[in-house]
Design a protein around this ligand. Sequence first.
Ligand code: TXA
Ligand code: MG
Length: 335
Amino acid sequence: MIPLLPATPQSLLQAASELQAGRLVAFPTETVYGLGAKATDALALAKVFEAKRRPFFDPLIIHIADRESMAPLVAPSAAAGARVKLLMDRFWPGPLTLVLPKSDAVPDLATSGLPTVALRMPSHPVALALIRAAGFPIAAPSANPFGRLSPTCAEHVRSAFAEGDGISLILDGGPCEVGVESTILSLAGVTPMLLREGGIPRSEIEALIGPVEIGAASAAASASGPRPLAPGQLEGHYAPRTRLKLLTHTETLPLAGSRLGYLGFRGGPREPHAAVEILSPDGDLRAAAANLFACLHRLDRAGLDLIYAEPVPETGLGVAIMDRLRKAATGSGIE
Ligand code: TXA
Ligand code: MG
């Protein structure tokens, strides 16, 4: 098993020296656990793609701990934009990733050859302390095999990878508070474009900088050739191994005799199920987001034939939750 160490000053130093030696470390952020490597070390980045079995067309987010670290990574004019400053003032550190024109210091492997780089300043104290201890920006995708459920606690990471996957250690910083990935906003074009719904609702961004375009996977693909601009927007993603079906509000449940699981928003199903998880008995969308992946991991381990998921209201964080549930349904093989 991959060593799992509670985050302490000592384990942070150990993790930092693993990163300095070009090796991989999994660490907590406020959104999900990340699989980190030194951002400017192409060889280390290659290990990330290998460990996740991630296609090379899917670029990585680079994590920084202070604004000064941004300038060397972006094109000279990019950090100076008025919108960039507004967004950083309001949402950093926190679950907002900004896509900006990149500098030559960023290896092509990190950006999959795109002329832009995705940057974020996480708010989790362990993530910030790790970046500072390492002394350089850390490139980190979510610490899950490509396309599978995201990890929101250290144990999720440990159970998804084997010792041979090249991950030196997992820093345990407890469960992730936000529970869905960062919102990705591109400021590389004329109009800001939302590439992924996430921990900061679109409405909060629009209240600050005005309307943003929605970067649909198909629109993005036609703009830049065959690959989507943010390949996390691929249709099948965040998928459990068990088939998952997203219910509509009017549906009742078929398939008697199968082992069925149920993911409810506020309450359970009328009929008995083999396993039931509730996202938030109070109907709180923040709590629901924080619980989403842990509930899905538990259902996925319960030996079920099928998981039914109840829709949540599509406001605030509910938009990101529904995005994950729809992709989980597609990725698990059911529409
Ligand atoms: O909350 C998060 O963002 C987490 C934590 C660990 O920080 N990270 C995360 O990384 O979700 P990952 O690799 O699972 O998703 C990163 C997404 C991918 O969909 C990728 O396509 C997109 O970011 N991305 C990265 N660089 C990009 C770029 N230059 N242009 C457009 N999209 C980019
Ligand atoms: Mg991911």
